[in-house]
Design a binder for this molecule. Structure first.
Ligand SMILES: Cc1cc2nc3c(=O)[nH]c(=O)nc-3n(C[C@H](O)[C@H](O)[C@H](O)COP(=O)(O)OP(=O)(O)OC[C@H]3O[C@@H](n4cnc5c(N)ncnc54)[C@H](O)[C@@H]3O)c2cc1C
Length: 378
């Protein structure tokens, strides 16, 4: 039996591909009744898409013939080949795929949780994304802060994307909002080609950047950045993130707390019957759904090879992509690998702001996700 922990982007894609490959005995463990297409939350927060388009019942995306256990995994016993559930029961496996996503650590920034009932929002929670748009619309003057926390997060571009959508909206409305972008990184993007384009975007909107900086506390009508208090009218903040606590506490975790798999084969470095992918894996790629699109076929090919007792030959090269929304109808599509080398997959120059990439992000990719990727067809 193949057991998959987590029925998000990675879990459903892998389960669908395993079914297509003829594997009959598959169990997906996931307590959530709703499946989310999280990349749309940026557009919801920017007033460019309705929230309901990002969610479908989990039952509707679960591949036919897969046994769905609606519980949370609480531990893995690799020696016993068992997953422990939150009700104390266990499920045995021959091969295990671990992909429960990343944990949002809201509590790690003092004042953040409390501030979410005021003029602070975050596209990192489905229910808050519409509020981001309400805040953007109702802000006409004052100071707005958009910040990214230190450490790995899912879609590291998302904290910037919403900043540019807001700045573009305010410019069109003639609103005078001093906009601050706070990033823990030394620059706007790790790949020079895309960093240069984003530098132009920042100049166009007159955004004040704070590099190597982070919000360390949220107070009433102010945020603290590197020990300095910056009063603000609204803020879009992103919670620090880490591996799920139960993974951190397990023997599956490496030093980072994430599931320690080989970065190319995606097989666990200590337990040959365990694979991991997606946000919970310790691979040093950008944590995105786009990465999972390339990881899932590798996991499935290598898992099947391991069942046949063959060498693992499929390799993941660290591919990730990030559609950076820079204006109401403009997107820069950044595609790159482990070496931060641009790896374009389309026959056009996507390292500039494009209308066609906007349509790809708004309509093409959601269609691709629901109809092809989650069905194991692409
Ligand atoms: C605002 C935002 C914008 C983004 N934009 C983009 C983008 O433009 N492009 C892009 O490619 N990616 C983007 N992403 C990132 C992308 O959504 C994630 O990288 C992707 O969903 C990760 O897939 P996953 O399967 O690892 O985790 P998830 O899709 O988060 O799924 C994890 C699943 O595991 C389940 N689970 C959790 N704990 C347990 C447990 N203990 N036991 C069993 N099941 C459990 C959950 O219920 C969930 O169903 C964005 C994310 C956000 C938040």
């Amino acid at each position: 039996m193949v057991v998959v922990v987590g029925g998000g982007t990675a879990g459903i894609t892998v389960a669908a591909r395993l079914r297509k490959a003829g594997v009959e005995d598959i169990t997906v463990i996931d307590p959530a009744g709703t499946h989310h297409y999280q990349p749309l939350w940026t557009l919801v927060g920017g007033g460019r898409a309705p929230l309901h388009k990002s969610a479908r019942p989990q039952a509707s995306v679960m591949p036919k013939g897969v046994n769905w256990v609606r519980r949370a995994a609480a531990g893995v016993e690799p020696e016993a080949h068992e997953v422990r559930l939150d009700d104390g029961t266990t499920i045995g496996y021959d091969r295990l795929v671990v992909c429960p996503g990343i944990q949002l650590d809201w509590h790690k920034i003092p004042g953040l949780t409390e501030s979410l009932s005021g003029r602070v929002s975050s596209n990192y929670a489905a229910e808050l994304a519409p509020k981001t748009w309400e805040l953007i619309k109702s802000t006409r003057r004052g100071t707005a802060v958009f910040a990214m926390p230190a450490g790995p997060i899912k879609c590291a571009g998302a904290p910037q994307k919403i900043c540019y959508l807001a700045a573009d909206y305010w410019r069109r409305q003639g609103a005078r909002v001093a906009t601050h972008l706070v990033l823990p990184t030394p620059g706007l993007f790790g790949v020079k080609e895309f960093a240069d384009v984003l530098a132009g975007v920042v100049r166009r909107y007159g955004i004040t950047t704070h590099f190597a900086s982070e919000v360390t506390e949220v107070r009433a009508d102010a945020v603290v950045i590197n020990g300095q208090t910056l009063p603000c009218t609204m803020a879009h903040l992103v919670p620090p993130q880490s591996a799920p606590d139960w993974i951190k506490a397990s023997t599956l975790a490496g030093a980072s707390g994430y599931v320690e798999v080989d970065r190319h084969t995606l097989r666990h470095v200590k337990y040959p019957d365990i694979f991991a992918l997606g946000d919970a894996a310790a691979t040093p790629n950008s944590k995105t759904g786009a990465a999972i699109r390339k990881q899932a076929p590798v996991v499935v090919a290598n898992l099947l090879a391991s069942m046949r007792g063959e060498q693992l030959t499929a390799r993941y090269n660290g591919y990730a992509s990030c559609p950076l929304t820079t204006a109401k109808r403009r997107v820069v599509l950044a595609e790159f690998d482990y070496d931060l080398r641009p790896t374009p997959s389309l026959p056009v120059n996507t390292a500039k702001e494009r209308l066609d990439m906007w349509y790809l992000k708004r309509y093409g990719l959601p269609f691709f996700y629901w109809n092809l990727m989650l069905r194991g067809l692409a």
